[in-house]
Design a protein around this ligand. Structure first.
Ligand SMILES: NC(=O)c1ccc[n+]([C@@H]2O[C@H](COP(=O)([O-])OP(=O)(O)OC[C@H]3O[C@@H](n4cnc5c(N)ncnc54)[C@H](OP(=O)(O)O)[C@@H]3O)[C@@H](O)[C@H]2O)c1
Length: 315
């Protein structure tokens, strides 16, 4: 029996419920590929799933647990994102070959916190962007897909005044870059340590939510996009929503649960290959430090993305 290292989560709870162990390596079914994972990430969704979101409203918590396991995680290997190399293919796989560099948004299949995972050919998996390392590819999936989806929902257009609330997180850093790619004028709201980062990503104006409680006199927005979710707020956020132009929109990253397809992943790949979205990596941790990585991300002040490197030094 071939073994692999994986972070196992047997119950919902604090970061310490994640334990790195040796488990059986999965084998691909007819329509699956076996991927040797090089990198995964820790995003808000990862720690929400691990914790069982005890602070969420009862209805939200129940809906999430129906999907991921009522009393304990149904899939003991968490990790929403995986990027790696195809090392074996099932008998009926047509799209992928051994040696392909792939990346995936695994949805409720999870499995990114391991040395190997099996991915269905038809799932949200695609060839990793040319020109990015596998760590970098892993770092753009979560924020990139969510930012693209919600900017589209806000009908972003050239010349639009877009206010991005929470511009320094995983979704936020992707949204700044993509809104600029779509030729919007971007006002980024972030904390005191992130101004330089969001400017570097292209923001035209920056507001620090810890220092100011209203947007500049006369400022009006066509789109206010909240990219950090409703749990994080400030007086500035409310004031920005009041500065909406007639016909303008307020959109939150917490509106609905988008179901991404491989077509949307392919679109993200194309944007990355054109340089419209670049990875923003705050920290890298080896799998053995998965507890520390979750603890850091749960602090809710990461800048961009936190990567889990399965093969440190090789990406
Ligand atoms: N719809 C869906 O299906 C779905 C799925 C997954 C996640 N989500 C939502 O997406 C959100 C973003 O996820 P993420 O992984 O990108 O988050 P994240 O990276 O963990 O967010 C961290 C960022 O939040 C900012 N922040 C913290 N407190 C803030 C406050 N009071 N005001 C403004 N910014 C604040 C921090 O900025 P500073 O350090 O600069 O303060 C930090 O850069 C999640 O929180 C969740 O609500 C939705």
């Amino acid at each position: 029996m071939a073994l692999m290292k994986a972070a196992i989560c047997r119950r919902y709870g604090p970061p310490e419920v994640l334990v790195v162990e040796e488990v059986e390596r999965p084998r691909p079914k007819a329509r699956e590929v076996l991927v040797r994972i090089h990198a995964s990430t820790v995003n808000s969704s990862d720690w929400f799933i691990r914790s069982g979101i005890p602070d969420a409203p009862a209805f939200t918590r129940m809906m999430m647990k129906l999907m991921i396991g009522l009393c304990r995680p149904r899939r003991q290997i968490l990790g929403l994102i995986a990027a790696g190399e195809v090392v074996e293919i099932g008998k009926r796989v047509e799209r992928f070959h051994v040696g392909d560099r792939v990346y995936a948004f695994t949805k409720f299949h999870l499995g990114g916190y391991a040395e190997y995972t099996c991915l269905r050919e038809g799932s949200t998996v695609g060839l990793a962007p040319v020109g990015l390392s596998l760590e970098e590819a892993a770092a753009i999936v979560f924020g990139g897909l969510l930012a693209l989806h919600y900017l589209r929902k806000g009908e972003v257009r050239p010349g639009m005044q877009v206010l991005l609330y929470g511009a320094s997180g995983g979704v936020g850093t992707a949204a700044v870059q993509l809104a600029k790619h779509f030729d919007a004028e971007v006002t980024a709201v972030c904390g005191p340590d992130s101004g330089a980062l969001v400017r570097r990503l292209g923001a035209d104006h920056v507001l620090d939510y810890t220092q100011v409680s209203t947007p500049p006199q006369g400022a009006h927005y066509d789109l206010v996009l909240d990219t950090v979710g409703r749990r994080k707020t400030s007086a500035l956020r409310t004031a920005c929503e009041r500065a909406l132009r007639p016909g303008g929109r307020v959109v939150s990253v917490d509106d609905g649960t988008p179901d991404f397809s491989s077509r949307e992943l392919a679109e993200l790949t194309e944007l990355a290959e054109r340089g419209a979205i670049k990875p923003v990596i705050d920290r890298r941790y080896p799998l053995e430090q998965i507890v520390e990585a979750h603890r850091y991300v749960e602090g809710e002040h990461k800048k961009g993305n936190v990567v889990i490197s399965m093969v440190p030094g090789v990406s």
